[in-house]
Design a protein around this ligand. Sequence first.
Ligand code: YNC
Ligand code: MG
Length: 388
Amino acid sequence: RHKFWETQPVGQFRDAADTSLPDGPIEPPTPLSEVRADPYPLPAAFEWLTCDLDDDALLADLYSLLAHNYVEDDENMFRFNYSPAFLRWALKPPSFFRAWHIGVRAKESKKLVAFISGVPARIRARDDVVRMAEINFLCVHKKLRSKRLAPVLIREVTRRVHQENIWQAAYTAGVVLPTPITTCRYWHRSLNPKKLIDVGFSRLGPRMTMSRTVRLYKLPDAPLTPGFRRMELRDVTAVTRLLRAYLAKFVVAPDFDEVDVEHWLLPQEDVVDSYLVESPETHEVTDFCSFYTLPSSVLNNANYATLKAAYSYYNVSTKTPLQQLMNDALIVAKQKNYDVFNALDVMENESFLKELKFGPGDGQLHYYLYNYRIRNGIKPLELGLVLL
Ligand code: YNC
Ligand code: MG
């Protein structure tokens, strides 16, 4: 039973067998004049706060709320530790809406106790390019859990998205809600196996010693593909062309233009990294790979406070085999001192995961669309969307 989600325009579990329902919006837009004008009421001790992320003090408060209260693994050994610079990047893409950066604070202490955000995106589902909100960073302070605050945050962000005449959204969660369009798994490639074992992220395999394990995951010191280099501003046009052609193959994928690519893929130290292959002969850009930086706090370990993790983002191969390209991505991640490289089984990732010694993680990531039905859902390899 989902008391809240049953009231929302999302695929309902009870409709799963109904093949007469068409793909596309579940309910039509309402006239803007009928969108509720006032914020939803909060319990009396709390107030809404539209967050200005250019304000370093407020950004620090958001960072701290998430660092202490955001997503943990099932065994509560690790917690995501998104950096302030990452949050600014994730929440201020081209044409972002400040009104979609929604905090809740205690009226008296002014302490930030909850948050939810949206950013605008164009997402294509089959041949329909839809303006959507990408919803992320839903967080309620640990002391305020299970009081039905999350549905208030979700209703409020929905209201503010509707005020911009946008009626669809995309989001991911580790929990099962009505109804995933697909369910993905994270795979992990050890770069620093000794530390990963020390902190309990991974275990020594059967019949394995530490030195055999270190040797197993050893990588060359520098990328192997001739012409492999970091992406620069002058590459935005070529990368956009490569990426658009590639993403066209998937059933659900973002519709990136050059402005989006400059924001989402141009390298930013410790936030997002992108590399490409420029043919030494023709100077044509033929391949592209990228990852973002999301450390996790290590909870209750005497030796280490954080794990430095790279997350595979968008990768395109036209000349360099994808497996070779991703091997070079692993090599640069190792050079930059990441402990682990993570990837979902989306797009064509299955084709290199086992060969490059990724192992399957526990826990799944469910992808959702709000007010948009895709009958029967899709397979992870039909999904061309990575959310942060
Ligand atoms: C979740 N992750 O099912 P029912 S992911 C959505 N996403 O409702 P309460 C969630 N809904 O089942 P708590 C959810 N988790 O009764 C729970 N729910 O219908 C639903 N964790 O509310 C749940 N961040 O306030 C139930 O629960 C109702 O106090 C219960 O708060 C939940 O960012 C939460 O995992 C997650 O901070 C805030 O546990 C809290 O437990 C927490 O009693 C740690 O809520 C951090 C964490 C979630 C990360 C994410 C994506 C969020 C998507 C939200 C949905 C967006 C819809 C589209 C809106 C725009 C539409 C347009 C146009
Ligand atoms: Mg609550």
